[in-house]
Ligand binder design. Structure first.
Ligand code: FE
Length: 334
């Protein structure tokens, strides 16, 4: 066994809780500090960009992991499917988090959400309202851009289209978007904002929080220019609403500090923690009635599509198959 959670501080009266996280340390540390202050429970964190589920599985019954913090309902479902979770049974959680953002089998709980929106050129896009379905219209020929169709963010969106429009319609839309692309899908969401700034495309798919991250990026100030070149359109705001996805948490199957883990999960669903957690990464709280960061409020009001997250997760595999079948990442064919 590798000692990965070596205590650096003396034991606290409340014991400890071990967190495996795909979320960056600076996103969660302010919350954990507050949790420790309120409960006396020390929070140890292991962060990685991949492989944490496999690590928990490999560690088996000796795994020190109590909870896993992850992003995208697909990854949360995957953790459950790997058999590394146990049900989160908590009345507090059920009261705080709407059922559409929780697994009905208690396998995962959503903690923050983000919308998959349109980044629109301030100069070259006049439309105020647009739907995902509008992207296949002829006026967008050669004007769209996005990251890979197989990225989890686009898989989530395409799964949402299958749930709402049916698999036949969804296939037509994915194909139609492909044919209206200005170039082959590449880069991340910020790269699409840059492409708009550079005049390479006019309308892109992107997550809401990157707007906040770009606007406030002091390490790479040119990103502030990319953000200025675009505005956000919340797709389908006159209809079902904008597709959202969640970050969330699972309780590890062999959690050695289960009671503390449940306390931490409940804490993360509280008003106080919800606002801090959403704020640090410019996301939205999932608990109703709470506000995101001012930068995100200024984008306008997001009406989230009420499609339950588990419904969206159900169609991810089909979405991925469509992306392959139509060779979305190969770029326009017609
Ligand atoms: Fe992201």
């Amino acid at each position: 066994m590798v000692a990965v959670l070596a205590p650096v501080a003396p034991a606290l009266a409340g014991g400890e809780v071990n967190i495996y996280s795909y979320r960056q340390p600076d996103l969660i540390q302010p919350l954990l500090d507050r949790f420790t202050k309120e409960t006396g429970i020390r929070a140890n964190v292991v962060t990685a960009s991949a492989g944490l589920e496999e690590r928990i599985a490999a560690e088996g019954e000796f795994s020190p992991a109590d909870i896993l913090l992850s992003v995208d309902v697909g990854r949360l479902e995957n953790a459950k499917a790997l058999g590394i979770t146990q049900p989160i049974e908590s009345k507090v959680v059920e009261q705080n988090i709407p059922a559409i953002y929780r697994d009905p089998d208690h396998g995962w709980v959503g903690l923050t959400m983000r919308g998959r929106v349109f980044y629109a050129s301030r100069e070259r896009v006049k439309e105020e309202k647009l739907s995902y379905e509008d992207l296949i219209r002829p006026e967008w020929k050669g004007r769209l851009c996005t990251r890979s169709g197989q990225h989890v963010y686009n898989i989530g969106l395409f799964a949402n289209l299958i749930a709402n429009d049916g698999v036949g319609e969804a296939t037509k839309i994915v194909e139609g978007i492909r044919d209206n692309l200005a170039m082959k899908p590449s880069g991340d969401d910020r790269a699409q904002a840059k492409a708009i700034w550079a005049g390479e495309c006019d309308l892109a798919l992107g997550n809401t929080y990157y707007v906040g991250l770009m606007e406030t990026d002091t390490r790479e100030p040119e990103q502030q220019e990319w953000a200025k070149a675009m505005r956000v359109i919340f797709p389908n705001s006159d209809g079902r609403g904008t597709e959202v996805n969640i970050s969330g948490v699972v309780l590890a199957k062999n959690a050695p500090n289960k009671a503390n883990a449940l306390k931490l999960i409940e804490f993360l669903t509280s008003d106080e923690a919800q606002e801090i957690y959403a704020d640090v990464n410019f996301e939205y709280p999932v608990k109703p009635g709470l506000k995101p960061n001012k930068v995100i409020q200024d984008l306008g009001t997001m009406k989230p599509d009420p499609l339950p997250m588990w419904e969206l997760a159900k169609y991810r595999k089909q979405a991925s198959e469509i992306v392959d079948k139509v060779d979305f990442d190969g770029g326009p064919q017609n």
